[in-house]
Design a protein. Structure first.
Lengths: 234, 234
């Protein structure tokens, strides 16, 4: 079946959240005269992500955006990192670090190539405004911003993958999910989407153990968006 | 209040649906050896638009996309224009004329300027895939595709304007509705959005009588997107 659209996981697949957040954490700490381990806080912050979304997915929390989940996690973590003194304005600004994540070095050039051949959309658990702000700052050339927020379901709920195909008005076999996470691809494949695994072996730092390799035969397996474009003949 | 985002009506405000649809109608007719008045069919087709949406807005029809409403109207109109012989493939292709509308001459350059200063989004009754396909073909530089389809309400229902502000995560006073239609601006203003009227005096052809001038004091009144950018100091 002819592929028409590529939908991308964003955090970790398109952008390097860990380095970006760590840098902003360290800068915010320095502004109040404190040295802290930005990478450790970034890792701890990100570790709150899945359990927080799972509370929404189970219905323990009503629909709550990632911006709001991030902020609650940040407030809970700051004391442990000696940063309880960060005031409201500084916390708001730091929470928006997730709107300003740097792309991996190959992301923008690869997306520019792929955009000539396909409709490119995000398909992220990040809220729409976060993804739009990030795209504007990082010059990510999306055709459409699709987000869990539009479906009020977080990945890997099937409603997200089904909803993306419905809004793109394409059968799932004409839509390819691109992700650095096997779990995302399993969920997409279960809804009939094509799959591309792009390895990001330092997303969680130099000692990463998860998602280093595909755990099943995906349609495409590469290590960069340039490689993805090559594989798709684009 | 600082303006952060501009949301645009699309049909008539950004693109010239009448000339574009008329051209495709005439071409489709010629392919089956028939001369027809493309402009008259375009006008009749567009005239079905508001009553069809109103059936959805009143709840007489369940949620139905513009693509589907357009197709039903086309099937009903073709016999009157001597085009009952158009086959299924030709009808499908002609219905997609609405995905390939040409921008007004000032649209793309004006949007490119405005994009440096603001987040730019569609806020159209067109479905997401229609707007995305149109943007890709016409090179409309949107940051976000927002559509009535996301809210399952058609303009001028308040849910559309409220939903746009919620997804952009902005208070309505930081969002400006840009439209060539006074009715759209009345509805946007009632929800607290800023308003810009951009006159498109030939949208309905050379004898247009409606929406030639603002019918109330909008925040900005201009006759092109270049004029809008000038007015906003962008």
């Amino acid at each position: 079946m002819t592929l028409r659209a590529l939908v991308f996981d964003v955090f970790g697949t398109v952008v390097d959240w860990r380095s970006s957040v760590a840098r902003e954490v360290a800068a915010a700490a320095r502004r109040i005269g404190i040295e802290t381990d930005g990478l450790a806080l970034a890792d701890a912050w990100r570790a709150e992500y899945v359990p927080a979304m799972d509370r929404v997915r189970r219905g323990d929390l009503p629909w709550t955006t990632i911006d709001v989940l991030h902020r609650a996690a940040l407030d809970a973590l700051l004391p442990r990192f000696g940063l309880a003194a960060l005031d409201e304005a500084a916390r708001q600004a730091l929470n928006r670090a997730w709107h300003r994540l740097d792309p991996w070095p190959d992301s923008v050039a690869g997306l520019r190539r792929l955009r000539h051949c396909y409709t490119l959309a995000t398909l992220s658990n990040g809220n729409v405004s976060l993804l739009a702000n990030m795209a504007k700052q990082a010059r990510l050339p999306w055709d459409v911003i699709l987000s869990a927020e539009l479906f009020r379901h977080y990945k890997p709920d099937p409603e997200v993958y089904d909803g993306a195909c419905r809004l793109l008005d394409l059968p799932p076999g004409q839509v390819m999910m691109v992700a650095a996470h096997n779990g995302d691809l399993h969920a997409a494949a279960a809804r009939g989407l094509a799959t591309a695994f792009v390895a990001r072996p330092t997303e969680y730092g130099p000692t990463q153990t998860r998602d280093l390799v595909p755990d099943r035969t995906w349609d495409v397996v590469r290590t960069s968006f340039a490689g993805l474009a090559d594989a798709l003949g684009c």
